[in-house]
Design a protein around this ligand. Structure first.
Ligand code: FES
Length: 154
């Protein structure tokens, strides 16, 4: 049996074979793998008896689920009210231009995933960017350059 299938089987075994455990299973798979692959979605659907199309609509309804693999580095721009007022959208556009992807996407080399989030609780330091969970504050275009450089030099 392939490695991932075996590991997903192990996650499945933590829950009864019932439809109401769908979300728990998806959460556990995502925290183990960072995203929910087609194969694991099929396994969850078979296990819980939730039809695959329904399982996908649940996963897309809860925006926290990822159906694509994420890049090595995750950049999340805050677009809560304070950050939005201080130019958060411009930060998103700057990153989209630099990385040549749209928010929600991953670069082809799997280096970066760009996303937006709601208020991350640091409004006084807006606009805020989470770079691999690290708070980068008072973001400007030149700060973005530095942050990317720092990541790439690691
Ligand atoms: S709105 Fe961005 S930290 Fe609060």
């Amino acid at each position: 049996m392939d490695h991932q299938v075996e590991a997903i089987d192990e996650i499945l075994e933590h829950y009864p074979e019932e439809p109401e455990f769908l979300i728990f299973l998806l959460q556990d798979i995502q925290s183990a793998y960072g995203f929910i692959s087609k194969e694991s979605m099929q396994m969850v659907s078979d296990y819980t008896g939730v039809p695959i199309t329904q399982a996908y609509s649940v996963a897309t309804f809860y925006q926290s689920f990822r159906l694509e693999p994420i890049g090595e580095h995750e950049l999340r721009v805050c677009l809560g009210t304070a950050c939005h007022l201080k130019g958060g959208q411009r930060i998103v556009e700057e990153l989209e231009r630099k990385l040549n992807i749209k928010a929600g996407e991953t670069t082809e080399d799997m280096m970066y995933t760009l996303d937006t989030v709601n208020c991350v609780g640091a409004c006084a330091l807006a606009p805020v960017l989470l770079a691999d969970e690290k708070y980068e504050t008072n973001i400007t275009a030149s700060k973005i350059k530095k942050i990317l450089k720092k990541i790439e030099s690691k």
